[in-house]
Design a protein around this ligand. Structure first.
Ligand code: ZN
Length: 166
């Protein structure tokens, strides 16, 4: 399990973006109204969804509570339950859009557990296909990844609009 997160984490930790955003790109994305630029896919009352900028695989999403907290113990009520409902719904959307054969859904709490952004809890939702390999070396460079993310963002938004979101 730890092996599959490593490529993403290495790229993330080297990211200049995280320095510019004072360490929390999730809060920065929430506060901004530039959803496409920030790849904010969906906003709900207590949770939201962004594309991972350094995807392990095609369709790699991050689902987070709105609150900037670093542990599950700090969440209660809808802030605790809505992210899971959002994950369920986004898996349905990814099923329709990409038709993967499985998913890794995971939460890294704390830097020792591999959290690249330990201050703001978030779940990774990674679509998986039989025999899939690491997406990053296939795409090759950051520019291609950003273009690919923009294209996927548009497809995902279109699907959410078509299915009336959640
Ligand atoms: Zn935050």
């Amino acid at each position: 399990m730890s092996r599959i997160w490593a490529p993403w984490r290495a790229s993330y930790l080297q990211s200049a973006d995280t320095k510019r955003d004072h360490g929390c790109f999730l809060c920065a994305g929430l506060e901004s109204d530039q959803d496409r630029e920030n790849h904010v896919v969906l906003r709900r009352a207590h949770s939201f969804v962004v594309l991972n900028r350094y995807p392990y695989n095609n369709g790699h999403l991050l689902v987070a509570p709105r609150s900037h907290v670093g542990s599950l113990g700090e969440l209660e009520g809808a802030e605790l339950t809505e992210p899971v409902e959002t994950i369920q719904s986004m898996i349905g959307t990814l099923d329709r859009l990409l038709g993967p054969q499985g998913y890794n859904v995971g939460l890294n709490q704390g830097r020792s557990a591999g959290a690249g952004l330990p201050g703001h809890l978030h779940w990774h939702v990674v679509p998986r296909w039989d025999g899939d390999t690491n997406f990053m070396p296939i795409l090759g460079n950051a520019k291609v990844i950003v273009e690919s993310l923009n294209e996927f963002y548009d497809r995902l938004r279109e699907e959410l609009d078509r299915s009336s979101g959640i």
